[in-house]
Design a protein around this ligand. Structure first.
Ligand SMILES: Nc1ncnc2c1ncn2[C@@H]1O[C@H](COP(=O)(O)OP(=O)(O)OP(=O)(O)O)[C@@H](O)[C@H]1O
Ligand SMILES: [Mg+2]
Length: 1013
């Protein structure tokens, strides 16, 4: 009978990594008993609390043993054994009872999923410990006289970009990967997945190694980002015995151990604002998983909802684990660092939802005969259906699933198509049932024999490992530490050719590499006299080879821990046990080696070999470059090979300019505020044929790169890559708007009611001048009447403007000298907190006349507004669309165009040329300040002249004193008439006396008067 059971959730926090330590990251996670508290580093939000079934503190309080195992130094540290004892042993106990079990790890990239599920070196994770223990227990049962027989089968697959790859059988790589099918009895399955019988832990370890190696090779060759792949290890454990009635009975458990892809949210993986995001299947599986979990939670809460398992490959294969017959555990892996607050919060929320899910578990225990009979019956049914030729309206009898299409409403062609698909599906089911029946009938010995015949790819992993200890070798570096060191090339005496397979000559080099930029004769490794040399091959003088970040120029002797890059993405470390002399000197990590390459390509950002030495912003910039530069290099190579006429360049943009990129700006990330004031990495995409340029955020580029890889894979498979523009990652739609330039109009003059007429430099995002904009600011009345200078009286804005209304006109007259590739030009600007204003769109012009004016008014200026007027600015952006340039003459391919432009490969990862004419940010501000000061000075001079007249008139009429009122009027009069009138009153002032004043004492008491000296 099925019982309901909740999904169990564990949370685990890892130590700070090297970078986080170098950045002095703050720890934002606390664990108290079953409660996990997440603190917001910005202090904006209250601490968030969560409770889970298990909480594992693996952040600190551990010590590294000689073996490298991280053991507890204090009791609250959760080591691998502790996690296994709770989680792994639970799964094992359930497997013995005949329950299906699933364990999956969720969390952002680098949060420790693989650490928990697979483990690293001596810190073995749940999978190896589980397998080890399983065989130990089998051994104990058998030794204890147990008569049942035990069978363990193993499979390993990867879902990348929605395609299923069989990691134990890479040769089976088919277009589109293995098909995921559904069977009424067997559920969803990957059709044709290799399952091998294993009889010992060593067997499994070898298989795992083989699978991981295949993953690494595939990832490197396709320059795929492995952290975007989901890995599923499947273990089927069957106990066979005779039941009380003497029937042969099978108690079986299917165990799925799932290492999910990193859970970066859609925004930060970059598709925000990119029209291609729909096409990218990067996170389709993960977002579907989220949707399935939500639906299951709703269901658990009594709502009637459809569970969208069919939306992705992952959710199909995990259907049982999530909503079917499976005891399921999820490990939420989290980073301890402040910088990851958003991601960690999202992981914890995800986990919090998952724990509400309930599955229906039942023991799988049936007589073999019964199982076979059921499968046979199923097949009979299917065969009949096939013979009758009718299309079933629904292949799926699961109420959870979406409705199948309404057959009646379909066109004839569609019906035919569906009929064909169904037929294929039914035939596949019949075959699957037959295979399953055959498997059941096979004895264990037969299965083992078969597995051995199919042979592990690593014939003797143990011996190979031993040899590595004494023989010089190369091992790979991968961005995923889990895949680092998986490929090893032993270097025995003699010459070893490195290269791609040569289709013409049919020759296969000793070290076979595939992928971008790899030549058939790429390089040679020569081992002689106990030394190892690296050399170029004469036939490929252009082959890209780097040693320790420097291009290889001549035959070079290799030293222990040298870094070697072949082509665009095959990165290796040379290890020579003799040179190492038994000492373990740590080699560079992937990030460090990549930073070294970047540094030598002109990106001197911090010190790659001592991550601790640089400032926080340099480190972040370096991280971004480590990610982006190799990807740019690969993208350029792909563009050349597929002739996409596109060239990518890195652009380092001051972060404060980021806000002006428009809608495709990366979301503000929770980075320390000081970081926001520094530089960001962006990518310039240039269509070299049409002369179009676009600036992409790093995230958008990385997302596009993923699609480029996909396109390149099709291209390598010889498929047609004439994809429509809307799917092509190398294009931007023709109506895509770019920001041509921007500028600030400072308002200080307005605060003094002084008009400003300026020709301002328009600068692009890199601070390079791209044209001029003629703008004017006119102080005016609330109704828009322009104030004459004499009418405007502001001496001290603090006192004169506060509480007063103020109004002015913003005029954008025209732009001059813009780049000629733009059309449909317009300006957009924003004043204070008001909605943005926009000028008319000028169709075609290098010198567009906007003739735009807008009245802006403030009713009663408050402190903030005053501050805005005195120190703030209006930010104007100029947008336009680019028109493709018509190229004259012969059509060139990408490579030829690049050559012509003097951008030969090899040089191309360098930064853009340093701009010739950059505009000083501060200059525009000064421009306005000077203007305002000049005007104020003029005003003061005018006033001084009036005051001189006052003195003259007073002297001429022999007056000793002038009334304060008169002086006030002269100084502050709003118009010249009032001044004239006031001056005329001086000679008539009786109380001012002539020269009788004694000691400056006023004779008259009429008013507090000013005495003329
Ligand atoms: N509990 C831990 N103790 C010590 N080191 C850890 C722990 N968890 C993770 N690490 C280290 O952190 C790094 C990233 O961990 P891991 O490879 O498990 O991340 P991941 O979540 O699998 O990332 P991805 O999504 O990229 O596959 C590794 O170098 C690993 O050794
Ligand atoms: Mg991983």
């Amino acid at each position: 009978m099925a019982e309901e059971e909740s999904v169990k959730v564990a949370v685990r926090v890892r130590p700070f990594n090297k970078r986080e330590k170098a950045r002095n990251s703050t720890l934002i996670v606390e664990m108290k008993g079953a409660t996990t508290v997440l603190n917001d580093p910005s202090g904006e939000n209250d601490p968030k609390r969560f409770t889970f079934d298990y909480s594992y503190w693996s952040h600190d309080s551990f010590k590294e043993e000689a073996s490298g195992y991280l053991a507890p130094a204090k009791p609250h540290y959760a080591d691998q054994n502790m996690v296994f004892k709770d989680v792994g042993m639970g799964v094992l106990a359930n497997a013995w009872e005949g329950y299906n079990c699933s364990l999956f790890a969720y969390g952002q990239t680098g949060s420790g999923k693989s650490w928990s599920i697979v483990g690293y070196g001596p810190n073995k994770g749940i999978v190896p410990l589980f397998c080890d223990k399983l065989f130990v227990q089998i051994g104990e049962k058998t030794a204890g006289g147990e008569t049942a027989s035990f069978e363990v089968e193993f499979s390993m697959l990867e879902i990348y970009n929605e395609q299923v790859r069989d990691l134990l059988n890479p040769a089976s790589k088919r277009k589109g990967g293995l098909k995921v099918r559904q069977h009424p009895k067997l559920g969803f399955y990957a059709d044709g997945l290799k399952t091998v019988a294993v009889s010992s832990y060593q067997d499994i370890e070898n298989r795992m190694e083989e699978g991981t190696k295949n993953r690494t090779v595939a990832a490197t060759n396709m320059n795929a980002t492995s952290s975007r792949a989901h890995t599923i290890v499947g273990i089927k454990f069957t106990q066979k015995y005779q039941n009380a009635a003497g029937e042969e009975t099978a108690k079986s458990s299917v165990i799925n151990l799932v290492d999910l892809a990193g859970s970066e949210r859609a925004e930060s993986t970059g598709a925000t604002g990119d029209r291609l995001k729909e096409g990218a299947a990067i996170n389709q599986s993960l977002s579907s998983l989220g949707n399935v979990i939500s639906a299951l939670v709703d269901k658990a809460n009594g709502k009637k909802v459809r569970v969208p398992y069919r939306d992705s490959t992952l959710t199909k294969l995990l259907k049982n684990a999530l909503g079917g017959n499976s005891k399921t555990i999820m490990i939420a892996a989290i980073s301890p660092a402040d910088i990851n607050y958003d991601e960690t919060l999202s992981t914890l929320r995800y986990a919090d939802r998952a724990k509400q899910i309930k599955t229906k578990v039942a023991v799988n225990e049936d007589p073999t005969e019964k199982l076979i009979r059921e499968l046979q019956e199923e097949n009979e049914k299917l065969k009949k259906l096939l013979e009758s030729g009718g299309i079933p309206t629904k292949l799926d009898d699961d109420s959870d699933d979406e409705d199948e299409e309404d057959v009646k409403s379909l066109s004839k062609d569609e019906r035919e198509r569906i009929r064909k698909e169904m037929e294929e599906e039914m035939q596949a089911r019949i075959l699957a049932s037959q295979q399953e029946m055959e498997e059941m009938k096979k004895t264990w010995e037969e299965k083992m024999k078969q597995s051995h015949e199919s042979g592990p790819v690593v014939p003797d992993a143990g011996a190979a490992r031993k040899e590595k200890e004494t023989t010089p070798h190369l091992y790979n570096l991968n961005v995923d530490p889990q895949l680092t060191g998986m490929i090893v090339h032993l270097l025995k005496p003699g010459e070893h050719l490195v290269g791609s397979s040569n289709e013409e000559s049919g020759e296969t080099p000793c070290i076979l590499l595939k992928g971008l930029n790899i030549q058939p004769h790429h390089a040679a490794l020569i081992v002689e006299g106990g030394k190892v040399y690296l050399d170029r091959c004469q036939t490929s003088p252009d082959a890209k080879i780097m040693v320790n970040g420097q291009p290889l120029t001549e035959k070079e002797e290799l030293d222990h821990n040298d870094r070697i890059l072949f082509g665009a993405n095959h990165l290796y470390i040379f290890a020579d046990p003799k040179q190492a002399g038994g000492k373990k000197s740590p080699a560079m990590t992937y990030e460090e080696a990549q930073a070294e390459i970047n540094q030598n390509s002109g990106f001197v950002v911090g010190k790659p070999d001592s991550l601790g030495g640089s400032s926080l912003d340099e480190l972040i910039l370096q991280d971004d470059l480590v990610e982006v530069l190799p990807a740019i290099e690969q993208a350029n190579t792909m563009s050349e090979e597929m002739d996409k006429k596109v060239k990518f360049e890195v652009a380092i943009i001051p972060a404060k300019k980021m806000g002006i990129v428009g809608s495709e700006t990366e979301p503000p990330q929770r980075r320390p505020p000081e970081v926001l004031s520094t530089n960001r990495v962006m990518v310039k995409m240039r269509n070299v044929e049409l002369g179009l340029e676009y600036l992409w955020t790093k995230a958008k580029f990385m997302n596009r790169k993923y699609l480029m890889d996909e396109m390149y894979e099709s291209f390598s498979d010889g498929e047609d890559i004439n994809w429509p523009d809307e799917r092509d990652p190398f294009t931007e739609p023709p109506d895509h708007e770019e920001m041509i330039g921007a500028l600030h109009i400072y308002l200080e003059s307005i605060a003094y009611k002084i008009e400003a007429k300026e020709q301002l430099d328009l600068t692009n995002i890199k601070g390079i001048e791209v044209g001029k904009l003629n703008v004017e600011l006119w102080p005016c009345t609330q109704t828009g009447k322009v104030l004459r200078d004499e009418d405007a009286f502001v001496d001290d804005p603090e006192t004169d403007l506060k509480g007063q209304p103020i109004a002015f006109k913003v005029k954008i007259l025209n732009a001059r000298g813009l780049p000629d590739r733009f059309v449909d030009i317009y300006c957009k600007f924003k004043v204070y907190t008001m909605e943005p204003y926009q000028t008319q769109v000028i169709k075609k012009a290098i010198n567009p006349d906007f003739k735009f004016e807008q009245l802006i008014s403030f009713n009663a200026v408050d402190k903030l507004e005053l501050d805005y007027l005195l120190n703030g600015s209006i930010f104007v952006q100029l947008f336009g669309k680019q028109v493709p340039k018509k190229r004259e003459g012969k059509k060139l391919n990408t490579k030829q165009i690049m050559k012509k432009e003097g951008m030969l490969k090899g040089k191309d990862i360098g930064a853009e040329n340093v701009p010739k004419h950059t505009v000083d940010e501060g200059k525009v501000g000064y421009q306005f300040q000077v203007l305002t000061l000049k005007k104020r000075l003029e005003r003061l001079e005018k006033k001084m002249a009036q005051m001189n007249r006052v003195v003259d008139v007073a002297e001429k009429s022999s007056k000793m004193r002038v009334k304060t009122d008169t002086i006030k009027t002269v100084l502050r009069a709003k118009n010249p008439d009032a001044i004239e009138k006031a001056i005329k009153t001086i000679p008539k002032d009786k109380g001012a006396g002539d020269n009788e004043g004694v000691n400056g004492q006023p004779q008259s008491q009429e008013s507090a008067a000013c005495t003329l000296l």
